[in-house]
Structure formats: structure tokens, C-alpha cells
Design a protein. Structure first.
Lengths: 364, 276
């Protein structure tokens, strides 16, 4: 392959490098603006008779405590609905989008494997088992029952695969392949238990259990927000700060060690962090697939693989994807958001891959 | 800098790879490690920079045992250029080489780090690749970028695992020559694993010849590369001529296992014919 040799001066190299950096920052800004517009224009316009401006007014009035409308008037209903339904719903969508995509980006770098996602370690199957036992068999692992019983069960279930992996990691040398294989093994175990529970129950319970498995943002209230928000906020900050280490990890284990990273320790710490983050979200919204796998890839197709930018941008793109899927899900048929996510996400992803392949040939 | 290896042993699960390796390497100089496939060359290097934990014996760098040096400290002292690098995700060449600066970099060092990156890219003549994605490059270009990453690390000891294996003859010579010059200019100890005996003999100050998981001989190329040592270690017949003071090997034939007394040959003898 004969190439045109481009010689660069030091200044040219730096200029080009900084230009590439600013392109990434611009994309980040565009995504964040997109999210804000989306929340404002679509998600908040829930009543035909109330304009967007009035919606903001209602929210503002609620925040400043100026919301004593005449009971059962339009404003009174709107205030209650927006404050108690719309806003928690949007918040949960944002938090879940951020959390799942950041965990996806983390996992892919950690395993140096483009197929990894937040559920690779078997977290989803554990959570599923926990939730399904609560829904179908009515068994809770804690003393809490009812709606919160499902939540706590799912959380405890989600932590089982993580614990198994961490316990095993103390005994053998963990490579990405071992972690993925252990995760797969655990998934099969829990999935078979879930299948058994599901075939042994009646149609209505089955439906509830099944919808939980697909992932849904229905019925989110303020009660769902604090735990999700805390784990996601703390976790995201930690992940964002370790972009250098994650870049080293994606070079492969030998290179990472020789550049001064204690790979074994770092991998375990990240797995613990990721398990907590994913469990915190899955517990409330069920298993929303695809976003964690695909958001980091969309970002990498556009800006390359530098984790300093891939991680924040994945959060933005993941959130945008989930908000969009959620909006479509509500507008058209009140479908579970997990279904719409994959239904819309897959073709978009395939188109991106095709388009990218033609123009630049960057494919993993 | 001195690397002092005493009675080093290493085994993957059950099969012993290294057995009682004892050698002292003192720099600055350019050292090549030679030996047949599977003899433990890479394992030896990995035991020096903590990628592998030896099952026995000690490795000391400047009088300090490597077990006492943290991975992070190690990265400042010892640089490593692997045989192949993972490129699952698209990263530009500049970003890839910048990672070599990781052990030294601080929050505000990006600009000075870019200066270092510019210098090494210039030195290796790959400035034209700077903004290309690493995973789009050819094997030879790949190898040069990884070499650049090792140089950007600015270590006192640089370990390289077959840095010339994917390069054409001209670039093989260039890289070997550059490594030798580097050991002089920067006063560092450069240790490379190599399969090309002639390249190693031409440029190295010292050669370590491994056989059956232990040291066969060490010394200047002239002493180590002899017809006898090649026969016993590699199982080949050869003629060695003098090329401006360094030995040059002309390979004649491989020897059937029956003929070598010690039968050290691990490479299977050519399947097609009975070899004399």
C-alpha cells in the first residue's frame, strides 16, 4: 500500500490533536442539548390543553410551593400528574440510561470485548430470579413484602452473581474470558430456575413476571429515585475519573501491567462497582437490554475509543436513546420500554455500522 | 542499572518453563535474548517486569527485588513492548502512544506529553500515521506504534518481545540500529527477544542464548554464536563467517533428532523427508 507521506511539524500535530478533542466536546454538548430539548418538548407535554410554557410554570410553582390550586381543576390535576408521575418517570429514564450505558462502556473496556454489556456477569439473571420468586412464589429473601419485596429481592438476586465472581476471583487468576464464562454459567443456572417458576404459574402472574423481565418504566414514583440516583451518581463519578486506567485496560492485560496498572485489583474493584450500579437500576426498572451494549458502540463509531470521551458521551447517548424509546413506547401503544428500545435501536445500530463501514472502514 | 536474576524458576500450571535461570545483565547496553520456540524467552521477560510471578528464585533490579516494587513504580523503570497488542476499540495512533506516558503523566501534562509523542513518532518515521486509527494499520505499522509507545514511556530498562518480527528487512535493520543507538543516547538497558540470529549478532552488545528453560551461554555475539551452539540449541547445521567482526550465520540444514546427541530439538523435524 503506497501512501502519501504527510509530514507534520510539532505544532501541526498538536493543532490536529486538539481539533479532534474539540470535535468530541462539541458532540457532547450537542447530545446534552438534545436530552434537554427532548425532556422539554416531548416528555413534559402530557396534556393537550396545557402548553409547554404552562407546564414549566406548574413545575416552578410546585418547587416554590405555590401550588394550592382549586381541587379538581385542570391545574390541580396537571400539577399532581406532572409532579408525581411525569417527573419521576423522566428522572428514572435518565438515571437508568446513564447508568446502563456507563456500565456497558466500563464492562467493554474492562473485558476488552465489544460484546460485553452490564449483564455479562449474570447480574440480570440473578435479579430476574429474585424478582420472579417474589412475583410468582411470593417468597421474599428479606422481611419486606409487597412491592418493595420485589425490589429488595431483585437487588439481593443481582448481587449473587457478583459475589460468586468476586469469591472465585480470590482463588484463581481472572481473565476476561473466565469472567464471561462464569457469568454465562451463572445465567444458565438462574434462567432455568426462572423458567421453572414461570411454567408453574397462572397466566396473569406470568404476564407480570414477564414484563418485569423485559424492563418497563411504568409506575415509577419518587420512591424509586433516591437509591438509583445515589448509586448512579457515585458510581459515574468514580468511573469518569478512571478513564486513564480504562484506556490502559483496553490495550490488553500485558500492556496495562507494563504501563503501571494493577490489572487484577482494578478489575475486581470495577466489577464490584458495576454490580452495585446495575443492581441499583435493574431492581426498579427490570432488565432493559440493548442500551448498555449499544450506546458505547455508537459513540465509538463517531469519535473513536478514547474513554475520556467515550464514557461521558455514552451516558448522554444512552439517556437520549432511552428517553426516545420511552416516548415512543408511551405514545403508541404503552409498550414496555425494553421492547421499543430493541425494536428501534437494532436497525439504527445496523445502519450506523453499515454507513461507517462504507465510509471509513472502522469496524471492530 | 543491573538486572540480577538468581535461580529463577517458572511453571505454567504443571509444565516447568524456566529452570534455574541465573544471569546478571548490566547496562547501559543492547542485549538480545535468543533461543528456540517455547524455550521461555517471553516468560523470562515477563518475570522481570512483574507480568508473571516467578515460582522460585529472585529477580533484582538495582539491588531491589521486583516483588518489593509496585506495578506503578515498575512502569517508570521498565518499559515493555509486547509481541502483539489488543486493538478491540478504535484509538488514534497519538492516543495509543500517549498511553506510554501514563506512568509519568499528571493532570496538566498533556501538552508536554504531546511533545514526547511527537519526538518518538518523528524518530520512528511514522508521523504520517499520527491521526490514523491504530486498528486500521498493517502489522508492521502496528509494531512501530507499539515501539513508539515503549519509547514514550522513557524507561531506564526497555524490554521488547520480537520487535522486528513483522517488519521488512530494511525496517528490521533500522529498528535494531535505532535500539542500539537508543541504549547509547539515553543510557538505558535495552533487552530484545529476537529470532533473527544475524540481526541480533550484528547489533547486540551481548547475547543471552536460552536452551531448555535455562541459560546455554551469554557473552558477546562472537562467543555465543558458534556452529556448535547453534547445533546444540537449535539443531541446525550452519557455517559462520566473519562479517566486519560480528558473526554471520549461513544456515545449511536441520539435523534429525537421532543425530543430535542431546536431542535438544523441540521443533519437529521436517515432515517431508528424512534429513541427514
Amino acid at each position: 500500500m503506497s501512501e502519501i507521506v504527510i509530514t507534520r511539524t510539532r505544532e501541526q500535530l498538536k493543532r490536529e490533536y486538539y481539533k479532534a478533542l474539540s470535535r468530541k466536546l462539541i458532540l457532547l454538548t450537542v447530545c446534552i442539548t438534545g436530552i434537554l430539548l427532548f425532556i422539554g418538548l416531548f416528555s413534559l407535554s402530557v396534556f393537550d390543553s396545557i402548553s409547554l410554557g404552562e407546564t414549566y410554570e406548574i413545575i416552578w410553582n410546585h418547587i416554590v410551593g405555590n401550588n394550592d390550586y382549586e381541587p379538581r381543576s385542570l391545574e390541580w390535576w396537571a400539577d399532581r400528574y406532572i409532579w408525581n408521575r411525569s417527573i419521576p418517570h423522566i428522572l428514572v429514564a435518565i438515571i437508568a440510561g446513564c447508568c446502563l450505558s456507563i456500565c456497558g462502556a466500563l464492562m467493554q473496556s474492562l473485558m476488552s470485548n465489544p460484546l460485553a454489556d452490564p449483564y455479562t456477569t449474570g447480574i440480570s439473571s440473578g435479579a430476574c430470579f429474585g424478582a420472579v420468586t417474589a412475583i410468582i412464589a411470593g417468597i421474599t429473601f428479606s422481611s419486606i413484602t409487597g412491592e418493595m419485596g420485589i425490589v429488595t429481592n431483585a437487588f439481593i438476586g443481582a448481587m449473587i452473581p457478583a459475589l460468586i465472581i468476586i469469591l472465585i476471583s480470590a482463588r484463581i487468576r481472572m481473565t476476561p474470558a473466565t469472567i464471561i464464562l462464569i457469568g454465562t454459567g451463572i445465567s444458565y443456572f438462574f434462567n432455568s430456575m426462572v423458567t421453572y417458576l414461570m411454567i408453574s404459574t397462572d397466566a396473569d402472574t406470568l404476564k407480570t413476571a414477564y414484563i418485569w423481565q423485559v424492563g418497563s418504566l411504568d409506575g415509577m414514583t419518587w420512591a424509586s429515585v433516591p437509591l438509583m440516583f445515589t448509586v448512579t451518581l457515585v458510581g459515574s463519578i468514580l468511573v469518569l475519573l478512571s478513564w486513564r486506567q480504562l484506556n490502559l485496560m483496553s490495550l490488553g492485560e500485558e500492556s496495562a501491567v507494563s504501563l503501571g496498572l494493577d490489572v487484577q485489583k482494578f478489575r475486581i474493584l470495577c466489577l464490584i462497582l458495576m454490580s452495585l450500579m446495575t443492581a441499583g437500576v435493574v431492581t426498579y426498572v427490570g432488565i432493559i437490554g440493548f442500551v448498555g451494549l449499544v450506546a458505547p458502540h455508537i459513540v465509538r463509531l463517531v469519535i473513536g475509543g478514547d474513554n475520556k470521551y467515550v464514557i461521558p458521551l455514552s451516558m448522554a447517548v444512552g439517556t437520549l436513546l432511552l428517553l426516545f424509546a420511552d416516548y415512543v413506547a408511551i405514545q403508541f401503544a404503552n409498550l414496555p420500554v425494553g421492547v421499543v428500545m430493541s425494536l428501534i435501536g437494532s436497525p439504527v445500530f445496523l445502519i450506523l455500522i453499515l454507513y461507517n463501514h462504507k465510509s471509513r472502514g472502522v469496524l471492530y | 542499572m543491573i538486572i540480577d536474576i538468581q535461580g529463577l524458576k517458572f511453571a505454567y500450571t504443571s509444565v516447568p518453563v524456566l529452570n534455574e535461570v541465573t544471569v546478571t545483565i548490566e547496562g547501559p547496553k543492547f542485549v538480545s535474548i535468543l533461543g528456540p520456540n517455547g524455550v521461555g524467552k517471553s516468560t523470562l521477560i515477563h518475570c522481570i517486569n512483574k507480568i508473571l510471578q516467578p515460582t522460585g528464585g529472585t529477580v533484582m533490579i538495582d539491588g531491589e527485588s521486583v516483588t518489593d516494587i509496585t506495578v506503578k513504580e515498575m512502569a517508570k523503570i521498565v518499559g515493555y513492548v509486547p509481541y502483539s497488542a489488543n486493538d478491540s476499540f478504535p484509538l488514534s495512533v497519538v492516543d495509543t502512544v500517549l498511553m506510554g506516558r501514563h506512568p509519568h503523566s499528571t493532570r496538566k501534562s498533556l501538552d508536554s506529553d504531546l511533545d514526547v509523542v511527537y519526538e518518538v513518532l518523528d524518530k520512528l518515521g511514522i508521523l504520517d500515521l499520527a491521526m490514523r486509527p491504530f486498528n486500521e494499520l498493517s502489522a508492521g505499522q502496528h509494531q512501530k506504534v507499539m515501539l513508539a509507545r515503549g519509547l514514550a514511556q522513557e524507561p531506564r530498562i526497555l524490554l521488547l518481545d520480537e520487535p522486528t518480527s513483522n517488519l521488512d528487512v530494511r525496517h528490521q535493520l533500522d529498528v535494531a540500529k535505532m535500539l542500539k543507538a537508543l541504549s547509547r543516547e539515553k543510557d538505558i538497558l535495552v533487552i530484545m527477544i529476537c529470532h533473527d540470529i544475524n540481526i541480533a549478532a550484528k547489533y547486540s552488545d551481548e547475547i543471552i542464548l536460552l536452551s531448555r528453560g535455562t541459560i546455554y551461554s551469554t557473552g558477546v555475539p562472537k562467543e555465543v554464536i558458534t556452529e556448535k551452539s547453534l547445533r546444540e540449541v537449535y539443531g541446525v547445521k550452519s557455517v559462520i563467517i566473519d562479517d566486519d567482526g560480528s558473526p554471520h550465520v549461513i544456515l545449511k540444514d536441520s539435523i534429525s533428532e537421532a543425530e543430535t546427541e542431546e536431542g535438544p530439538v523441540r521443533i519437529a523435524v521436517d515432515r517431508e523427508g528424512q534429513i541427514i
